[in-house]
Structures are given as structure tokens and as C-alpha cells.
Design a protein around this ligand. Sequence first.
Ligand SMILES: [Cu+2]
Length: 422
Amino acid sequence: MRTRFWRGVLVFVFAVAATSWAKSAFAHGEAADEPFLKDLTVAFYDVHVSPTTVKVGEPVTVTGSVKILPTWPFTLDPPQTAYINAVVPGPVFALRDRTINGVPAIGSIAVDRNGIYNFKLVLLGRIPGRWHVHPGFAVDGTGTLIGPGQWVTVEPSETPFTYKVTLLNGKTVDLEHVGGSGVWWWSFVGFLVGVVWMFYWTVPGPWRPDRRTVHNLAVTAQLPTWDQGRDFGLVTDGDHKASTFIAAVTLAMLVVGWLYMVSAYPVRIKQQTDRFTPPQPEVTEMGQVKALGSIYDPSTHTLTLNLEVKNTTSTPITIKQFTMGLMSFVNGDKEALEKAGPSDFVAPMQVAQGNATIAPGQTEKVTLKMSSEMMEEERLIPLNDPQEIIAGLLFVQDPSGNTSSMTVRSTLTPTEFSIKYL
Ligand SMILES: [Cu+2]
């Protein structure tokens, strides 16, 4: 009795703790990816999601850029095929349009290291609710790498959601419903055939009162796999007839399905694949960067990055931004921070030592300091990993506003604190 009481108390304490400790649902599984999978693979920048409140059926546009870094980890398959999509909780939006580097992209694209992909996705609000919308870069063999997310509210509308498309024969159909009942009933009939098969072999009944196959494991286990056990009455001639009948019904279903398709939809085209290599945007090189090491201090959530930056242009350049995985750190005012992307994934950056502006031809040693708890929450920093390395993009700007990015790959020196306590 007493143990039961204490067990009850324990369950209660755990239940209360679990519910009160749960922070507001913010990280949506992306934190599960290890730091090397975030930093060394790609960098997302200039991501914008607008508007952030729509009604069912109205469009939300997701724009941004993702670059495959040359530091792509050797432990992963090389990036060759990728797919850009919105990562949302289920089919709460419908994708209407997607362009990559200005070209309509229906399916996957061919990609490579150093590739830059400026994407634009137009989504239609489908199910009312408040949803976190992330751009995602799904790489074949690696998985989906997630960009910065933004909350979007889809409000109910008086008119139900529709997705109209015009067919080759001029007819308009609503993709939200077209063929829905056919898919449902046809799957259900297939399910019934499966149920009959399962019951026939497992449940004793008038069709076979002494159903022995699965009930006689002692016998079945003694037989070699090729032996049907006819001598022991395991599989009988009647069983063979019944199985042949069920197989015939399945084949007949397929034939009926094909005949129905041919007569109901005389005009058909094959399922289409359109995989291409997006044209690359022109990039201007403005400098060179050499990493001189970095330190992350978990007690202040501060990343200190030491760099040597060389200006290779004939005008001054200014260090503006460092983007690591899905986070951007910005050297600028409030407006510049807002412009850099969804606010939860943007934090300020300070040029703590050296000049942010570098004269033409000059080399400057700079120390960048960035603080944000998100670096740990999103697991961007390898605190106790076999590769204490970070990578990202350093953005510089010339006086006319042109920007250029350089890849930074730096070793990360762990602090005593992180080794001892994390
Ligand atoms: Cu999210």
C-alpha cells in the first residue's frame, strides 16, 4: 500500500515537472542535428517570410539564400541532389510556386559545393493555426538542413481551401478533392483482401476448423522452409485453392483498375521529372579571410572569432555579418538586424578589436564577438564533439552597397568550463 502511495507521488512530481519545465515549443527538432551538420554544411541568409498573418487560401512568400559551403564534412555523402522546401508541421500549407535562382523548380535540383541557391517559395495557407515556417534544404543522403524560422498565423476564412488547376483538356479541377474518394475506396478494397488473407491463415472457422499453421509452432519450427508439412496437415490442398482464389481476386482488382483508368482518363502523360542545375548567380570576390581560431564561452554565450581579413578591391570594405548555419550575426543598427532575417535567429555582432572597415589592399586582424543563447539552444557550437570546428560565411560590403561573402573555417578552442560542465 505504501509503495503504491509513493509511486503515485513520484508520478505526480514527474508529471508536474514535465509540464512546467517544457519551454514554449520553439525549437522544432532542428536542435537534434549536431553542430557539424549545421555549421559545416550550408549557410542560410537573407531569409524572409511574409506576410506573417494570412487567411486560408492566401499566399505566404518565403525568400532567401542558401550556400553549400566548401567545408561540407567528409563524413557525409557529397552533395549532389537537393530539394528546397518549406518545413512546416504537416500539410498546413500548399506549395504553389518555387523558383531557384530565378528558374521555376518543380522537383529536385542538381547541386554542388560552393553553389548558391536563391529561392522563392509561394505557399498557400491551408489549415488555420499558428505555424513555424522554416526553409529547408533537403540533401540526398544527408537529410533536411533547416534555415531560420518565422511564426505565421493562418486565420480561418469563410471560403473553404481550394487549389484549382487546369488540365490539358481544358477542364478545371480542385486538387484538394480530385480523385479523393477513388483513392479511399480503392485502398479500402485492397485492405479488405488483406484482412481476408490474414483471417484465413490465423483464425479457425468453418473454412478450416483445425487451423494448425500458426498454432502449431512446435511442428512448424521442426520443418525446413521448403516443406509445406502436408504430412502433418499444416498446409492442405484446400489451403492451396483458397490462396489461389485470393491471389486471383487481387489480380482481377489490378486488371479492373487498369481498365477503369484507361476508359475514365483517356488523356494521360507520364509522371514528370525536371531535374536541372540552377544557373549560378554572379559573385564578386572582395577579399580573403584567414581564421586565427575561435573560443566559445558558455557562461556568457559568447563566440569570439579571430580573423585576418584582406581587402582585394580598390575601395574600402566593411565587415557586416557572420552567418553560421541558420543564425546571422550583424554588425549594424536595429534596422540592419531586422533586415537580416527572422528575429529569433539574428543577433548583434561586435568588432571588438581591429577596424570593421578595411582600406583597399590592406590586411586587418579583427576580433568578432557574438552573444546569443540560441547558439547553444540550436546546437550550433560543438562543445564536446570529435570535431571542434565551426564554419560560416563572413559578409563584407563596399561603399556602393554591394556585398560579398567569404567562407570561414575555424578551430574552436573549448573552455575549461565547457569541458567540465557540459
Ligand atoms: Cu520552427
